[in-house]
Design a protein around this ligand. Structure first.
Ligand code: PRT
Ligand code: MG
Length: 212
């Protein structure tokens, strides 16, 4: 049995065509089903539905053989025990620093002020500001980062931006790009050795579909 860990929403939606290309289709819709283990047309392949940030953990411990996770999630997780053979070029966005409109970020950085930064992405934020030599107090949030500068919790946020609509709707502006983000295939290293004849064809089919 091959177990594939996916999160609902954009990752599942954008992975579905890649799965089809590998001859795998999910027999139930995760948005309407309450089941967390979903069968596929292939008797030896099942899909488990987990939180996006939990995908690397399931794969690391071998509870899933394969998973798909954002570069953001993989960096925060650390990547232990994960083989990352393929960038799938899906669920693309950018990790950005954003502030309230009118906040002079450039001046704050130049003047050496200590910045309060709210984010879910502590590791990425810590490394980014350390590499710039900017002193920050990081405030950990679990979501709705865009609110933090509006109510005075922080001067800036580090968050993902795709269309920019969420920033605009909250009168925030992106002031710095930290990195480009897309989702990657991750494979449990032991599973790849033990079940290579089932896993390698899936990796190969995904690679072919990404190129096409
Ligand atoms: O929702 P949950 O808390 O379970 O987890 P999650 O938010 O990590 O999962 P999900 O499914 O929302 O995102 C999964 C992955 O998709 C992320 O790990 C990213 O790699 C990728 N991705 C791509 C994004 C976005 N684009 C994105 N726009 N993840 C989140 N967003 C959010 C962003 O945080 C912000 O709140 O969308 C909002 C901004 O979108 P725009 O279009 O208004 O700019
Ligand atoms: Mg989300």
């Amino acid at each position: 049995m091959i177990t594939l860990a996916l999160s609902k929403g954009r990752i599942f939606d954008e992975t579905a065509p890649l799965l089809e290309a590998a001859g795998i289709h999910c027999l139930e819709n995760p948005e309407s089903s309450r089941k967390l283990i979903l069968p596929t047309n292939r008797e030896n392949v099942r899909i488990i539905i987990v939180r996006a940030s939990d995908v690397p953990t399931y794969v690391q411990y071998g509870a899933a053989d394969i998973g798909i996770a954002g570069r953001d999630v993989l960096i925060e997780h650390g990547g232990t025990g994960l083989y990352q053979p393929l960038d799938l070029d899906i669920a693309k966005c950018r990790m950005m620093v954003a502030t309230r409109e009118g906040f002079d970020y450039g001046n704050a950085v130049r003047s050496g002020a200590r910045l309060k930064v709210a984010t879910k992405y502590l590791r990425i934020a810590r490394e980014h500001f350390a590499s710039k030599g900017v002193h920050v107090d990081l405030i950990k949030l679990y979501g709705s980062m865009e609110l933090a500068p509006l109510v005075g919790l922080s001067d800036a946020i580090v968050d993902l931006v795709s269309s920019g609509n969420t920033l605009r709707a909250n009168h925030l502006v992106a002031v710095e790009e930290i990195m480009k983000i897309s989702s990657r295939l991750v494979v449990n290293q032991a599973a790849l050795k033990l079940k290579r004849e089932s896993i390698q064809p899936i990796i190969d089919a995904f690679a072919k579909a990404v190129c096409a």
